[in-house]
Design a protein around this ligand. Sequence first.
Ligand code: NDP
Length: 337
Amino acid sequence: NRQLVLAERPKGEPDDNTLRMETVSVPEPGEGEMLLRTVYLSLDPYMRGRMSDAPSYAAPVEIGGVMTAGTVSRVVKSNVKRFEEGDWVLSQGGWQDYSISTGEGAMNLGKSPDHPSWALGILGMPGFTAWAGLTQIGAPKEGETIVVAAATGPVGATVGQIGKILGCRVVGIAGGPDKCRHAVDDLGFDACIDHKAGDFADQLKSACTDGIDVYFENVGGKVLDAVIPLLNVNARVPVCGLVSGYNATSLPGGPDRMNWLMGQILRKQLTVRGFIIFNTFGHLYPEFSKAMGGWLKDGRIKYREEMIDGLENAPRAFIGLLRGENFGKRVIRIGPD
Ligand code: NDP
């Protein structure tokens, strides 16, 4: 059983020394346990937080501990009711070939799900994040303008497409012309602005002639700087993630703008609300599942996955995810299905 364990806490960007591959024997499931063989491993930005021991909503991975991750696996051997050999299972198996589960928090996907890996993306945590953050906090009304960055990732792409279904104008922000083209041509966004362009803030302003009613916050940094002046009175800001700063070791320099920001919130009567998907909105998962299942079936939502083979390639693939090298939901394929 190959495992990727946390070797040291990264300072800044993770590197080749952050994780270490170890090989241990395949565990034997005890009473009330099952053995799972990982087929798909999800890579997600939140994992950078687990590498750090700074205070957060979840405990960090211990040094020497297996990195945590959502996984889609198959049951090899089961002593758990409701799970049989061969079943597909969504669980928190971690960065390893095999894992043991008691079935708690695990979801049985059945013997032959159509797209098993989608449980890590559009039908799982990222898709749910997009749906819940947008509908519960963003609460967009028809004709309003929604802005979302990381627009071709699993969260952003879903936010934008749901926004279109709800009758809104959707402006994406993404890194580079290929991603921007995909957002407009394939996902149906009204516009998509490249945040690497020199005149990014001006382009965003031109694309949001009626201002911004919902800013779905995925990235922070200079994107947030450009968005705030464009927010309308009563705009809503679901605070989902701040990926531009996940590798930061200090706060950015420059004048203290805390009072200016609070002034914007006050004068524009903004709703700014953070959420941690399963903590905040876990009870809504069945409602999301039903809605998303219907949209996918009707072809109203598209989903782009980027599959990378081999557990050994997961560390580099993760470093690349935080740099924006991914184009779509990054998944590591480990086992044969
Ligand atoms: P993505 O697959 O979209 O990957 C992250 C993307 O962020 C990169 O591809 C890159 O896209 C973009 N990015 C990275 N650095 C910058 C930067 N400096 N400026 C602008 N964009 C940048 O990730 P997900 O869809 O999985 O997640 C999106 C966000 O949602 C993250 O912040 C994540 O932490 C958050 N999240 C929060 C949850 C919650 O419960 N609150 C749950 C799930 C996700 P590009 O090249 O287009 O710039």
